[in-house]
Design a protein around this ligand. Structure first.
Ligand code: NAD
Length: 252
């Protein structure tokens, strides 16, 4: 029960990694506020978890909505200890072909939203004497995926923003860390990959572990970073990628 008496917000909490994190920290005692655009799945997960769980429909690209989310969470559960900024979207497009609106939306959801969430929640963490922020970046923020121009840029931004949070707020008792998943078996990836015959097998070939991660494997690392087990860890960007970013790209 690492999270007994703690209150966590998770964005993108209706699906994939966020849902796995919500289940994990709730099972270990936390009260959980699930925030997502997907009302049906978000409400279903809150109902599944039962007591100490709630859902709010939020577009994380809307700074005012995140202010409201923070206030609602503190009102519902008495404060905030953990913020998991996890919502994200992908987008394929080389620079000459990418519409400016596409670039803006990808940066808004993947990067701006992390700033909005932290801006809204840090005063509540300070009021508790500290807390933990975890941000879902990506292996694509450490290195680049072909054609994922805006996504690569936004996720790299999340990693260095996390470092900035970590150093600026260490003396407030606030830790900030990023998880950097490689390919994970969730809709954001599989909806595209499984539409192209053979692409999953090609991915599995380039991941040294030879497989996609399951969302629970990413959530386990995020939960560690959110917990007191990681009390001396701040400013880290941890690959959770089956060895993908340890690899030079040399053919096997
Ligand atoms: P997912 O598609 O299962 O979940 C993403 C969730 O985010 C969905 O529930 C979606 O409704 C929500 N969401 C999207 N835009 C939103 C918005 N504007 N406001 C609120 N909610 C929004 O995918 P996932 O793999 O669980 O993705 C979680 C995070 O992991 C994302 O940041 C993603 O970029 C990152 N990531 C995923 C992979 C992968 O291979 N799946 C790899 C690296 C990083």
């Amino acid at each position: 029960m690492r999270f007994g008496g703690r209150v966590a917000i998770v964005t993108g909490g209706a699906s994939g990694i966020g849902a796995a994190f919500a289940r994990r920290v709730h099972a270990e005692g936390a009260a959980v506020m699930i925030a997502d655009l997907d009302v049906e799945r978000g409400q279903a997960l809150a109902a599944e978890l039962g007591e100490r769980a709630a859902f709010r429909s939020v577009d994380v690209a809307d700074a005012a909505a995140l202010e409201t989310l923070a206030a609602d969470t503190a009102a519902a559960f008495g404060g905030i200890d953990i913020l998991y900024n996890n919502a994200g979207i992908g987008c394929y497009g080389l620079t000459p072909d990418l519409a400016i609106d596409q670039w803006r939306r990808v940066v808004a959801v993947n990067l701006d939203a992390v700033f909005y969430g932290c801006r809204a929640v840090i005063p509540y963490l300070k009021a508790r004497g500290g807390g933990a922020i975890v941000n879902t970046a990506s292996a694509s923020g450490l290195h680049a995926d072909y054609g994922f121009t805006a996504y690569n840029a936004a996720k790299a931004g999340v990693i260095n923003y996390t470092r900035s949070l970590a150093i600026d707020h260490a003396r407030d008792g606030i830790r900030a860390n990023a998880v950097c998943p490689g390919p994970v078996d969730t809709p954001i990836l599989t909806s595209g990959v499984d539409a192209i015959p053979g692409l999953r097998a090609q991915w599995e070939q380039v991941v040294p572990a030879g497989r996609f991660a399951q969302p629970e494997e990413i959530a386990a690392v995020a939960a560690f970073l959110a917990s007191d087990d990681a009390s001396a860890v701040t400013g880290a960007a941890i690959p959770v990628d089956g060895g993908l970013t340890a690899h030079t790209g040399q053919p096997d």
